[in-house]
Design a protein around this ligand. Structure first.
Ligand code: PNW
Length: 446
């Protein structure tokens, strides 16, 4: 039954998977240790002018060395699920060949540590750190990269498949397409629309091949894609705004959702790209069958809606966070979750990212007061709760992020964590939101 008062008590279903998320390059550091190769993000962050203050992930939150302490912090919060990513260049320094045992061992220790603490591991295979050697061979513009990804995935499944109940293939293919290949402010820093959508197809293909690789190993784990989705709303009542919003939604959401869950790319997007586009000419017979290999769940990351004008641009309507691209609209969480169930059926859903950056500072009394984050999360939890009440099979929710970390091109300026990281000392301090989240998990609601 839906909760009429948005500030009323929220009781989540028994066993709801409260969690937090991170990714390898953003927290691990130890960039040259134990045989790790270079990724496109090492190259990009070390290229002058690419990241704020020239920040890199060389040290980050030093999680590679401090993972035991971080596991204890997760246990202290009472997390039921922890989403992390595996660094491809730790497993295959050059993106191919025999897996590096020292790299696999790190993730084995991490996963064992989670299970000892009754925290369910959720592993993402690719969170943007493509081995540089594969980039040099064409990166995601090359169809070959999708096959290399499947081999890497196979190696990881063989080493960890018995211990990881949920796998996610590729984190936010759209962000690689847009930030990496359209706008160029993420690695590999390209501005090439024709390449961008071919990259989209190869990322989708890589996803499908990895799903097939898991099934081929007989692994018991569940697997699905991780998409950042954006509800798109027309900025006025005109027919033009409605049409522009529909196409915008095609590029933001349906391109990814339809190919995996319906086995077809949306006709309007294909028509807009044109039959001679690199993407459309790169689709081969059978590709969509691979991409649509049955998945067990869908991972949804929600940060911001888009408000689309008649000319197909976006404009601002809601308050923004410290991230200039983020408008705060909790109702968008409800809209995107219910839309998935309406348009794609009752596939199990996990929210794998939601959060915001706050201008957090460590107070003289040793506390970090991020009450804005508590309000944000409370409102988004309420929206998710209403979606569950209205029939959405949402099983877990991961706050982005467990720790302050390397926020890509924004470097360390933006702090997204529940836990503050004092980078000079690497000391961790639970923010107010972390203390609050602990009670949410304990009470299974708020
Ligand atoms: C995600 N958008 O990226 C990533 O998965 C994380 O690694 C990242 O730290 C986090 O969100 C915060 O940025 C996004 O434009 C990038 O809506 C862009 C958008 C959303 C998420």
């Amino acid at each position: 039954e839906s909760n009429a008062d948005p500030r009323g008590p929220l009781h989540f279903p028994p066993g709801f998977g409260w969690g937090a998320a991170t990714s390898a390059y953003q927290i691990e550091g130890a960039a040259k240790e134990d045989g790790r190769g270079e990724s496109v993000w090492d190259t990009f962050s070390h290229t002058p002018g690419r990241t704020r203050n020239g920040d890199t992930g060389d040290v980050a939150a030093d999680h590679y060395h401090r993972y035991r302490d971080d596991l204890d912090l997760m246990a202290d919060l009472g997390l039921r699920s922890y989403r992390f990513s595996i660094s491809w260049p730790r497993i295959q320094a050059d993106g191919a060949g025999k897996p590096n045992q020292r790299g696999l061992d790190f993730y084995r220790r991490l996963v064992d540590g989670l299970r000892e603490r009754n925290i369910a591991p959720m592993a993402t295979l690719f969170h943007w750190d493509l081995p540089q050697a594969l980039q040099d061979a064409g990166g995601w513009e090359s169809r070959d990269t999708a096959y290399r990804f499947a081999e890497y995935a196979d190696a990881v499944f063989r080493a960890l498949g018995d211990q990881v109940p949920v796998w996610l293939t590729i984190n936010e293919p759209k962000t690689v397409v847009q930030n990496g290949y359209l706008w160029g402010h993420h690695a590999p820093g390209r501005q090439d629309p024709a390449a961008a959508y071919l990259v989209a197809h190869h990322l989708q293909l890589a996803h499908g091949l990895a799903v097939q690789a898991l099934r081929a190993t007989g692994g018991a784990g569940r697997i699905g894609p991780a998409f950042n989705l954006h509800p798109c709303y027309p900025a006025d009542d005109s027919a033009e705004a409605a049409a522009a919003t529909r196409l915008y939604d095609g590029y933001e959401n349906r391109l990814y959702l339809d190919s995996v869950l319906k086995g077809s790319y949306p006709e309007d997007v294909l028509a807009d790209l044109g039959p001679d586009s690199r993407m459309v000419s790169g689709i081969r017979d059978g590709d969509l069958d691979v991409i649509a290999s049955p998945v067990d769940l869908l991972a949804v990351q929600y940060y911001t809606p888009y408000y689309v004008t008649a000319s197909g641009d976006t404009t601002r309507r809601w308050p923004t966070s410290e991230a200039d691209w983020q408008q705060i609209h909790p109702e968008g969480m409800y809209d995107i979750l219910t839309r998935i169930t309406r348009d794609y059926g009752r596939i199990p859903i996990t929210v794998t990212e939601n959060g915001l950056p706050c201008p957090d500072t460590l107070g003289a009394d040793g506390t970090v007061d991020d009450s804005g984050r508590i309000d944000f999360l409370r409102d988004h939890f309420a929206a998710a709760h209403r979606a569950i009440a209205d029939g959405v099979p949402l099983e877990s929710y991961h706050v982005w992020s467990l720790l302050d970390n390397f926020e890509w091109a924004e470097g360390y300026d933006q702090r997204w964590g529940l836990i503050y990281v004092d980078y000079p000392t690497q000391r961790r301090v639970l923010k107010r939101s972390a203390h609050w989240y602990r009670t949410v998990i304990r009470d299974n609601g708020c």
